[in-house]
Design a protein around this ligand. Sequence first.
Ligand code: NDP
Length: 445
Amino acid sequence: MIVEIQNIMSKVKANNPGEPEFYQAVQEVVESITPFIEKNPKYKTHKVLERMIEPERVIMFRVPWLSDKGEVQINRGYRVEMNSAIGPYKGGLRFHPSVNLGILKFLAFEQVLKNSLTTLPMGGAKGGSDFDPKGKSDNEVMKFCQSFMNELFRYIGPDTDVPAGDIGVGGREIGFLYGQYKKLRNEFTGVLTGKGLSWGGSLIRPEATGYGCVYFVQEMLKTRKESLEDKVCCISGSGNVAQYTVEKLLQLGAKCISISDSDGFVHDPYGINHHKLEYLKELKNVRRGRIKEYAQEFHCKFYEHKKPWDIKCDIVFPSATQNEINENDAKKLIKNGCIAVGEGANMPTTAEGVKVFQDAKILYAPGKASNAGGVATSGLEMTQNSMRLSWSREKVEKNLHEIMIAIHEQCVKHGGNKKYVDYVKGANIAGFVKVADAMIEQGLV
Ligand code: NDP
């Protein structure tokens, strides 16, 4: 079995040079799936895992645009269409200077399994650009988005590929992207999700990833007869996922004592209350300011270029970016009594960090399970668009909650034994089976 894993990994490395995040994501899946495949040889015969690692299509393109000073700017755009066995490609767009092909392949690969877990018919994709929206004017962001869509529109469509937001792509960017798609195609369709409410968006979509992650952790805690009430939580990030994680935790009686951005983190020992959360949303979504300003406003300490994992807490919700918790961070968290991890971000814990959490037998939820509420609600947005209907807040949130419970159940089914639920194994196997069976039934395409 070890030889099988090594063979697959050598091939992945040879075929995808210089893409460490992609190797990391693949290695984790290959390690947890291989024993299952050994017991179910049809997947081996059809080389399903090997096929899943190879994207169905990769699109790379030039994105030229003019800055406010009239200077020509050039960025690179991407869309990795990874797998369409169970539905149209679906996955977010990330605009961040760190974006490259390897990062998007890792995200697209994770997305395939995540989308399968949601129980909805969605394939997996991811895209974006090395464009940095930070510090750009609204006009510059619009120019960039229009130029990006001038190329991407050829490859997407409501039944083909339906992008959404991710880091650096929120409501403003989705609006500009959608406007340009509509102009180019002369069609009003559900080609993007995360849209504004008056033009096809779904209630609860902005909240969905954060709310869903908290619901997932609530389910994990139930397996140990625990609840979120009075739990002290550390959150990283201060964007879409972090904000709504804080909001749901507040509703359920937990206390949130940290938030961060790429400049550092704020420790608020008294806890983020509703008033402070409203300030945070205005700061980040309207004024587009820095998290340091929260510390100044509420007289708490700001730690420059540091992460919040030294603080004593019960539960952590890493909600910024990949590999933000390393082995040492994980050890410190365990030493300080952390009992659960709910990953809002994608792959925020390194492989060594995951091992520390699992060896300590704490409740550890990998992002592909715990942050699947975002794409699940995007799936619900697609359904509403097809029906030309808008569901109520209550209806969408009830659906989201039920989906998160169903994802948790699948993880327990495939990753559980009497003593410990391995949520990584559970999520990977449950996500894999549905896609793999569809691929076999559809033949070699
Ligand atoms: P946002 O752009 O809204 O917020 C991202 C936050 O993370 C910001 O606070 C940002 O700080 C911080 N951040 C980003 N990159 C880094 C970095 N390299 N180092 C430190 N901090 C960083 O993105 P989202 O909230 O949408 O996404 C956060 C995570 O959740 C990502 O991993 C994303 O893939 C994942 N996710 C998002 C979903 C969604 O529905 N939006 C769905 C599922 C997963 P700064 O402003 O300084 O850059």
